[in-house]
Design a protein. Structure first.
Length: 163
């Protein structure tokens, strides 16, 4: 393993090019705008704070009354290295997460991926929704993310209603 100084020098070289800062600022700005856009058109949802991450993921949580009563939430996640958006069903803590993974293991998940309960995994169900988003078309990207998020929320509510 290289020492930290070598990594810092490589990081500094990338920063000196200036592209990382522009991309990161653009992604953070988009995520903030997406959260505002969704909260403006879905006033019945509750929105969590924007988590900027460590250049690994950036996300914010959405919950509905039904989900909140079950200690669940939906995370709208941008994965930096993969350059994609995912939606995650998450819980308020690891105990609730493990309970729902167990409850859902024999259910019809409508093609969604059930997570495993282990360290470092924060989801119950994950769905990759957009690979390589076009950040040059921000309005259509927001509209598409809204449409896919709404479908995911409705599918999740149907899955967990009887649990």
């Amino acid at each position: 393993m290289k020492d930290l100084n070598e990594y810092v020098i490589a990081y500094q070289k990338q920063l000196q090019e200036g592209k990382i800062q522009i991309a990161y600022k653009g992604i953070m700005s988009f995520m903030g705008n997406l959260k505002s856009y969704l909260s403006d058109i879905h006033s019945d949802y509750l929105f969590g704070a924007l988590y900027f991450g460590y250049m690994d993921m950036t996300y914010f949580a959405i919950t509905t009354t039904e989900l909140k009563d079950k200690q669940l939430k939906i995370a709208v996640v941008y994965l930096h290295q993969e350059n994609c958006f995912e939606l995650w069903l998450s819980a308020t803590n690891k105990k609730i997460q493990a309970q729902y993974i167990d409850k859902l293991k024999d259910k019809d998940l409508k093609g969604y991926q059930l997570s495993v309960s282990q360290s470092g995994i924060d989801s119950i169900i994950e769905s990759r929704i957009i690979d390589h988003p076009n950040f040059n078309e921000l309005i259509s990207l927001k509209v598409e993310l809204d449409k896919l998020t709404q479908k995911f929320i409705e599918d999740i509510k149907e899955m967990i209603i009887e649990l």
